[in-house]
Design a protein around this ligand. Structure first.
Ligand code: XMP
Length: 512
């Protein structure tokens, strides 16, 4: 069984970053609820334990505590922020409310190198975020570094292999933070750097087989990265016990249905039910111009089309979903019960509850780029795994005003040209998103000797890290010129192309 470095989650926003940094070192790391029994950690072949930070105060009533037996397992323990205070509180030290909260940048002075602080400079920049402070160390511990505000910024009990950090080593604002984590992972926990995404796939497949047994799994395949990777993973595990449903809502890009069908049904031989519901969606959208109304109608019809398809399949027990770590918001409530809220996937919103299906979410511990690496491992093409995001309501939110078969045709053709040119110029992977928007206004043009009176296409090409903020991409004029010329010459119904030069905020990426 894979050797695992456990991160007990006390609710810090950085918990997932710790696990991820460890996986980047080719050591498997998994996040566990803070109160996971020591026996479970032992069963999982855990080789070290990290106690994460968290929003609570160890001094508060009902503050979340780990199973105390974790300190008796003979395993190295590293406490970060809340985690260091927990060690002090539970092992005989003392914690007091600090007179001033240490938040943001701090300066660490190292008193004793080696161990956790091996190979570091005497002074370094660190990132803090905590209110309480240690005032007395438990027996056996020594301070090995301090900051302006804390005499006990780094502590150790090398005999028991217990360590504590008052600051966050996992964030990039902490200088050489990764070195501290590596010292813990390799020198103290003696982990081997031999974990690969392939190992994750192997274990996930075994676990899906065990969970599902001989039951049946359903998956709503959108053709996007997350659902595609989950489809490939679950299919690898249970083959024909998986049925995928792909709904063509008539609002997809050029050849999208055919591509999904070719890949999943013909190449992977999956039981894929393709539902062509285009006319139903287009009928529902007739005459509708309000963006919110469009979105609501599409969502509503999606649920009924999906529901009908599922009824035809018959007995289904599990619903597989491509939930990722950022979709799972874990928080710790004051009475110690961690609450886990899951953003309902807009595509299947409302379905699981009504259909009483058990959820199967095999990639919920992973980040997007890790899911991509997993997809590669499972044989999915790069062109799918690095696709730009595409909204659930599809082209409907990229056609201003009413969605008609004509506007859809025009937008599809223009968009295909933009994509082709982005790929040819090797710009596709350099931006967050690139797409065309259809504007229902008509402007005058000349083509040959003829006057034209046609619609406008806007190019929306943005750079972004997470879609929360975005800036328009400053692409070469020659490239923009080529795209514009091709769209105007090749797409009937368009005689003008404009460029969207707005950032988010105050604009959004999509136009509706
Ligand atoms: P906005 O337009 O809000 O978009 O700046 C941010 C990111 O989200 C995508 N987006 C959606 N994705 N369903 C989705 O799955 C939707 O309804 C939806 N609306 C916007 C958008 O493409 C961008 O990447």
């Amino acid at each position: 069984m894979t050797q695992t470095l456990a991160v007990l989650d006390f609710g810090s926003q950085y918990t997932q970053v710790i696990a991820r940094r460890i996986r980047e070192c080719h050591v498997y790391s998994k996040i566990y609820p803070y109160n996971t029994p020591a026996s479970q950690l032992k069963a999982d072949n855990v080789c070290g334990i990290i106690l994460s930070g968290g929003p609570s105060s160890v001094l508060a009533k009902g503050a979340p505590h780990p199973d105390k037996k974790i300190f008796k397992m003979g395993l190295p323990v590293l406490g970060i922020c809340y985690g260091i205070q927990l060690q002090a509180e539970l092992l005989g030290g003392k914690v007091a409310k600090s007179t001033h909260r240490e938040y943001g940048r701090g300066h660490l002075t190292i008193l004793k190198k080696g161990g956790l602080l091996k190979g570091l400079k005497n002074k370094m920049r660190v990132w803090n975020s905590h209110g309480d402070k240690l005032t007395r160390l438990p027996r056996g511990y020594k301070a090995i570094a301090h900051t302006e505000n804390s005499d006990y910024a780094v502590i150790e009990d090398p005999k028991r292999h217990f360590y504590g950090l008052q600051f966050h080593p996992e964030v990039s604002h902490t200088e050489n933070g990764i070195k501290i984590l590596k010292n813990f992972i390799f020198d103290i926990c003696k982990c081997k750097a031999d974990w690969q995404m392939r190992d994750f796939a192997k274990e996930a497949i075994a676990s899906i087989r065990e969970t599902v047994g001989d039951k049946h799994v359903l998956l709503g395949l959108s053709g996007g990265v997350d659902s595609s990777v989950v489809a490939a993973l679950v299919h690898e595990a249970i083959g024909d016990q998986l049925t995928c449903v792909f709904v063509d809502n008539g609002l997809l890009r050029l050849n999208e249905r055919q591509e999904v069908k070719a890949l999943f049904s013909e190449h992977f031989h999956m039981d894929l039910r393709v539902v062509n519901a285009s006319s139903r969606f287009l009928k529902a959208l007739k005459g509708v111009t309000n963006p919110e109304r469009k979105r609501k109608l599409i969502g509503k019809h999606f649920v009924s089309v999906f529901d009908e398809a599922v009824k035809k399949i018959g007995e289904v027990d599990f619903l597989a979903q491509g939930t990722l770590y950022p979709d799972v918001i874990e928080s710790v409530s004051i009475n110690g019960n961690p609450a886990s809220l899951i953003k309902t996937h807009h595509n299947v919103g409302g379905l699981p509850k009504r259909m009483k299906l058990k959820l199967l979410e095999p990639v919920r511990e992973l980040f997007k780029d890790e899911v991509r690496a997993l997809g590669l491992e499972l044989g999915l093409p790069k062109s799918l795994l690095w696709r730009h995001p595409f909204p659930g309501p599809g082209l409907a939110v990229r056609i201003m005003g009413e969605v008609t078969p004509k506007s859809l045709k025009v937008l599809r053709e223009a968009d295909a040209i933009l994509m082709e040119e982005m790929r040819k110029a090797k710009l596709y992977d350099k931006v967050w998103q690139a797409f065309c928007v259809f504007l229902p206004v008509r402007t005058v043009g000349v083509m040959g000797d003829e006057r034209t009176y046609d619609n406008v296409i806007a190019l929306r090409i943005v750079e972004s890290q997470d879609a929360m903020t975005a800036n328009w991409a400053h692409l070469p004029h020659t490239f923009l010129e080529r795209v514009s010329n091709r769209i105007i010459n090749e797409v009937k119904g368009i005689n003008r192309v404009v460029l969207d030069v707005s950032s988010k905020p105050p604009s959004t990426i999509e136009w509706e």
